[in-house]
Design a protein around this ligand. Structure first.
Ligand SMILES: Cc1cc2nc3c(=O)[nH]c(=O)nc-3n(C[C@H](O)[C@H](O)[C@H](O)COP(=O)(O)OP(=O)(O)OC[C@H]3O[C@@H](n4cnc5c(N)ncnc54)[C@H](O)[C@@H]3O)c2cc1C
Length: 411
């Protein structure tokens, strides 16, 4: 059986490794529009901050040799003929497959793509983006940077640049940061803390109107209303779109069932897959590394003869790189809110039918593992969750392991 993967990203690398470890001996071909050995995008913010490049090539630099893969890099797949079980790449290569593992991930979405033609303007998605930014900072001795986008990735980029010693301005179109990862109160709390402690200059409820360049290089970023921020570096982190069009013609991802099949010969995983939610959220693209890896493992197990079902995705997020007050959240922010907050932290769970439906933790993560377990186990918690949230020493988790009621904890 010949297997071809579209992509060499996190899902595809996990899939191929699992196949080989599981004894799959037949031909594997991987195609990527990037030039790299499989790498982890999660590590890119650490590299941008100037930290050592540990774990970038998370499956080893010798991945293709070790797992006996024929890799065609820098060669974008441009057409997939599902009837003929055949794909074609930009270089004209034609590959037939018995099974296709489609894991093309997502790409940055830019409100004004033409801005990328200006020297000093970058996206923040790939290792090549990061290497370009790093080289430019070094060559131009960059001291000031602007980031557009106050979501998870924009903040990751801004905090990394700040950690590296640059003066950083962040422009965000909403009045609070992380608005998809938090509710209004949690987002406000996180925003206030970031404003006080990150050293980043925030421009909230603001939009970029235009870029001023000199000799083709960025000089300043002009906001609507006229404010100009002088900086030779701009990172645009305004969202992603799944790379689904070459498989189904659309931009909304590819819907799959718990077998992760789009058709009997095509498996789909990672940031391009629309899967069901593991608890009680809607189906969607849940673009995190743990979801991509879990999907890849189920797909590989089934190629190896198993009959596994994907248990669904979680929208769990953790912002903690270069930050001394992490932001953790999961689930949906609907239902009865139970909150504990003080000047240092904010903890809130949303209950439905007495069970956790979503949660937000800002300021410390001592309870994160415990709340996560309560969330995924669907345990009824209404009677004691207020006590758990107010538990400053984080002892409730250990007491629960010993079967002591969390309500018995004194704070
Ligand atoms: C800066 C950053 C930080 C992140 N931090 C975290 C984090 O802390 N925690 C977390 O859980 N997640 C994080 N993520 C998200 C995580 O990296 C992704 O969810 C994960 O990489 C998804 O795996 P994937 O294989 O679907 O996509 P990717 O890893 O993006 O791989 C997609 C692959 O498809 C290739 N490709 C695309 N189109 C084509 C084509 N037409 N032809 C050939 N090849 C193609 C690409 O070149 C790439 O090899 C982060 C992402 C970024 C960008």
């Amino acid at each position: 059986m010949k297997i071809v993967t579209v992509g060499t990203g996190m899902a595809a690398a996990e899939f191929v490794q699992q196949l080989r470890l599981g004894g799959f001996e037949d031909e594997i071909v991987m195609l990527s529009d990037e030039p790299h050995t499989p790498y982890s995008p999660c590590v890119i913010p650490y590299l941008l901050a100037g930290e050592p490049p540990n774990n970038v090539f998370w499956k080893g630099r010798d991945f293709y040799e070790r797992y006996r893969v024929t890799a065609h890099l820098n060669d974008k797949v441009v057409e997939i003929d599902r009837e003929q079980a055949q794909l074609r790449s930009a270089s004209g290569r034609v590959e037939n497959y018995d099974k296709l593992f489609f894991a093309a991930g997502s790409r940055s979405w830019f409100p004004r793509p033409e801005w990328l033609d200006i020297e000093g303007v970058f996206g923040f998605k790939t290792l090549s983006d990061m290497q370009g930014i790093d080289r430019y900072i070094g060559e131009q001795a960059v001291q000031q940077a602007v980031v557009i986008g106050g979501g998870f990735i924009g903040l990751d980029a801004a905090l990394a640049l700040r950690h590296r010693g640059l003066q950083v301005s962040l422009v965000h179109c909403h009045d609070r940061l992380l608005e998809r990862m938090t509710d209004a109160d949690g987002g406000r709390f996180a925003t206030d803390k970031l404003m006080q402690r990150s050293g980043i200059a925030f421009h909230m409820s603001a939009e970029v109107d235009s870029l001023d360049s000199r000799n083709g290089q960025l000089h300043s970023v002009r906001l609507q209303g006229g404010t100009a921020i002088e900086a030779p570096l701009l990172i645009i982190a305004t969202g992603f779109k799944p790379n689904s069009a070459i498989l189904n013609g659309g931009e909304g991802g590819i819907a799959v069932g718990d077998d992760l099949l789009a058709d009997p010969r095509v498996l789909v995983a990672g940031d391009v897959a629309v899967t069901r939610h593991a608890i009680d959220g809607p189906a969607g693209v849940y673009a995190t590394a743990p979801n991509a890896i879990a999907q890849a493992r189920v797909a590989a197990a089934n190629i190896l003869g198993g009959n596994e079902r994907y248990a669904g995705s979680l929208n769990a997020n953790v912002l903690r790189k270069h930050l001394d007050f992490p932001v953790v959240s999961a689930g949906l922010f609907e239902g009865e809110a139970v909150t504990f907050t003080n000047d240092r932290l904010f903890r809130r769970v949303y209950l439905q039918d007495g069970r956790i439906h979503g949660y937000i933790l800002v300021g410390d993560t001592r309870l994160a593992g415990y709340i996560y377990n309560l969330y995924v186990s669907r345990e009824p918690v209404a009677a004691h969750i207020a006590g758990v949230l107010a538990d400053m020493r984080g002892e409730s988790y250990y007491r629960s392991l010993m079967d002591l009621a969390p309500a018995a904890i004194s704070c």
